[in-house]
Design a protein around this ligand. Structure first.
Ligand code: FES
Ligand SMILES: [Fe+2]
Length: 331
């Protein structure tokens, strides 16, 4: 069984964490607090004051130190108590709180629950200057495998996003090639052409090929390419707050074009907001319904291109590195 706690997980978008206010987050059922130290570096700690266990995320940040909301004890980035208000002699001694390993990458703040993480911290590739990008985030009440599959599955779009992404009456013959990655699974689609959905018609033009991939522990990504290169890249990082509650951080990147980035962001935020609400609704209804039917296993067909492999990867099973499957379908 895979130990998801040993991995690095994104907790917040960089811009969400200001210099004066802490943020509350949960990772694998662990309540955490995030704040910025004097140098502006993000710090991640258990969200519990050692004095009477008040949530530190309800406190304030003073000059890079975190002050508890209850009696005002103040903590440094390395977990030392630097001030006990009212005490004549200020405290000495070792750290009272143990910060988690944390880092910044891809515009997100990451942490790992395991002391001395088994995997290296994520490193973001250099940002291409030819794309505009922005983040959206949300909470979705469902399991990781279902959210990742939903994000990468084209065959629900005619129904859940009818008219927005595809139309059932205007399906196209496509070829998909599914193959294993070192840490995931990918489907590559060709022969797609012009799309019938509003979003593609506004922002994409004719599609030459596209990819959908899942990478452990929780990244689902879609890439749409046209004649002039990459048109759209959506990276959805899914962080398990609890086994059935995810925090989604989605980065939407589009090729820089003639529309000003601010206007494009406004439009895309609206459009992706609709898509996200539609997916969230079906995922949460499905999750609730599954619980009423006591874990009946799902039924797969060859159109469920990535879901079975995603579930396998999240169970800690190795995929056959030579896995290679061609599927022809009406998408
Ligand atoms: S509970 Fe935090 S200072 Fe008392
Ligand atoms: Fe969807």
């Amino acid at each position: 069984m895979i130990d998801l706690r040993a991995y690095w997980w994104p907790l917040a978008i960089e811009a969400e964490l200001t210099h004066d206010k802490p943020l509350a987050r949960t990772l694998h059922d662990q309540p955490l607090v995030l704040f910025r130290d004097r140098a502006g570096q993000a710090v991640v700690m258990p969200d519990r004051c050692p004095h009477r266990h008040a949530p530190l995320s309800c406190g304030r940040v003073h000059h890079g130190e975190l002050a508890c909301p209850y009696h005002g004890w103040q903590f440094t980035a390395d977990g030392h108590c630097s001030k006990v208000p009212g005490l004549k002699r200020q405290p000495a001694g070792g750290p009272l709180i143990k910060p988690l390993a944390s880092c910044s990458a891809h515009g997100l703040i990451w942490a790992c629950l395991q002391p001395g993480p088994a995997t290296p911290p994520p490193v973001a590739p250099a940002i291409s200057s030819s794309v505009d990008s922005f983040f959206m985030s949300d909470i979705v009440h469902c399991e990781m495998a279902d959210a990742a599959e939903n994000f990468l599955d084209g065959f629900h779009t005619h129904f859940v996003h009818a008219g927005w992404i595809r139309r059932d009456k205007r399906r196209q013959q496509v070829s998909a090639r599914v193959s294993a990655l070192t840490d995931g699974i990918e489907a590559r689609y060709s022969e797609e052409g012009l799309q019938s959905g509003l979003i593609s018609q506004l922002f994409e033009g004719s599609r030459s090929h596209s990819m959908g991939r899942f990478r452990l522990p929780g990244l689902a990504e879609i890439e749409y390419h046209g004649q002039r290169g990459l048109n759209l890249l959506v990276s959805a990082w899914l962080t398990p707050e609890t086994p059935q509650r995810l925090r989604l951080h989605a980065r939407i990147a589009t090729r820089r074009g003639y529309l000003p980035a601010g206007l494009k962001r406004l439009l895309l935020r609206r459009l992706f907001g609709v898509i996200l609400r539609q997916d969230k609704a079906i995922l949460e209804e499905t999750q609730a319904n599954r619980l009423r039917f006591a874990m009946t296993p799902p039924l797969d067909t060859e159109l469920d291109l990535l879901g079975p492999a995603i579930r396998q990867l999240l169970r800690g099973e190795q995929l056959d590195p030579a896995l290679h499957r061609e599927v022809s379908a009406l998408l």
